[in-house]
Design a protein around this ligand. Structure first.
Ligand code: NAD
Ligand code: DAU
Length: 341
């Protein structure tokens, strides 16, 4: 059975990717520090014979080296990261620790192991935020310059630069994906979509930064997982690939869509669950938008899930998995973050 390591496999995208790879009959080793944003996955997966969870920080070189030596995986999908922009404004240090130093440590481990003829392919999951604000009407391709705005996106950009330097200097095998905003099951409710769903379920108001005119491109997490698997199978070493849907929405329109779906499903909406315009995020990027021609033309991948249907399924998932939200301590996401400047 082919083995794959997923770092951050207990997070939102990671747990969906673990599921995806197990369905493809891989043996998956999940290396995760189990921070606040991690989840325990379904019992069904935890009991699988082809799944192993190892609690570890990607900064721990000795542990990483031993894990890679022991399992000799075909590939490492690196999803271990600090991921919330607002948190990065309050506490940038954690973002440098994991996203920069952690990626550096992973690369150093791979450099050391390459000399011992152990050379798994690294698929590193980066973000469209490295490109910074994109003007209305434009979409960025992979050659666009890096202009990160937040400590989060700067830490992700740093990791991408380090990876490219290790490919060129040491011949490490690595591919980077730059993906847009994901939505789907298991997302921690500090992020826009699960936060709005959770607030409606709990009869709370729906805080929108500024006037909600900022625009994001949305992809279903399942489409993202398929894109990552395509990169593992067909991606060219040393290259970056944009992964997106081409589907942009202003935040205000997205929240209205969520409310509309609740109404169409005859779900109760408390009179308290109204849109509330709140103070803007400092340094808030206005718009991200990707050109995904490279993935579509060179690797024959394209997203399949229609946004409205994917959003409806996501709302249903949160309704059917209320214990996922119950287990999360409210203090971890209900207070406004990212205003400390
Ligand atoms: P998440 O916050 O839900 O999960 C991150 C996981 O990483 C958690 O399980 C956490 O415990 C683990 N982790 C954190 N620090 C670690 C460390 N030092 N060592 C080992 N594990 C550690 O994040 P996510 O939304 O699933 O994002 C996964 C990756 O995808 C990140 O690299 C993120 O930058 C990228 N990304 C996310 C999105 C999105 O919309 N969520 C979009 C594009 C790219
Ligand atoms: O673009 C990819 C990125 O998408 C990933 O790299 C990040 O890890 C991921 O967190 C996400 O970043 P965003 O900042 O776009 O996601 P967030 O859900 O925090 O915010 C989405 C938009 O909604 C953004 O314009 C801010 C706004 N927002 C967010 C929250 C949490 C609100 O208006 N109200 C809110 O309560």
């Amino acid at each position: 059975m082919k083995k794959i390591i997923v770092t951050g496999g207990s997070g939102f995208i990671g747990s969906n990717l673990v599921n995806y790879l197990i369905r493809k009959s891989y043996f998956v080793i999940n290396v995760d520090k189990l921070t606040y944003s991690s989840n325990k996955l379904s019992t069904k997966i935890r009991k699988k014979k082809n799944y192993k969870l190892i609690r570890a920080d990607i900064n721990n070189k000795k542990k990483l080296t031993n894990i890679i030596k022991k399992y000799k995986p075909k590939a490492i999908f690196n999803l271990a990261a600090e991921t919330h922009v607002d948190r990065s404004i309050d506490e940038p240090k954690n973002f440098i620790h994991t996203n920069v130093n952690g990626t550096f440590n992973l690369l150093e481990t791979l450099r050391f192991l390459k000399k011992r003829k152990i050379a798994p392919k690294l698929i590193h999951v980066s973000t469209d935020e490295v490109y910074g604000d994109i003007q209305i009407g434009k979409r960025t391709d992979e050659k666009h310059k890096y202009e990160p705005s937040s400590p989060y996106s700067a830490s992700k950009a740093s990791a991408d630069h380090l990876i490219n330097s290790y490919v060129r200097t040491y011949g490490i095998k690595a591919i980077i994906s730059n993906c847009c905003n994901n939505y789907g099951p298991y997302q921690f409710p500090e992020k826009l979509i699960p936060k709005m769903i959770s607030n409606i379920l709990n009869g709370k108001n729906l805080p929108i930064y500024a006037k909600g005119m900022n625009s994001r491109e949305w992809i279903n997490v399942e489409d993202h997982c398929e894109a990552l698997f395509t990169l593992y199978l067909k991606g060219k070493n040393g290259e970056s690939y944009n992964v997106g849907s081409g589907y942009n929405l202003r935040n205000i329109d997205l929240v209205k869509k969520i409310l509309k779906i609740f109404k169409l499903m005859n779900l109760k909406i408390s009179s308290k669950s109204k849109i509330k315009f709140v103070k803007d995020r400092p340094g808030h990027d206005f718009r991200y938008a990707l050109n995904i021609n490279k993935m579509v033309k060179k690797l024959k991948w394209k997203p399949k899930i229609h946004f409205e249907e994917g959003l409806r399924q996501t709302i249903l998932w949160y309704l059917n998995n209320k214990k996922f939200l119950k287990k999360i301590s409210k203090k971890n996401y209900e207070n406004r973050m990212g205003l400390e400047i």
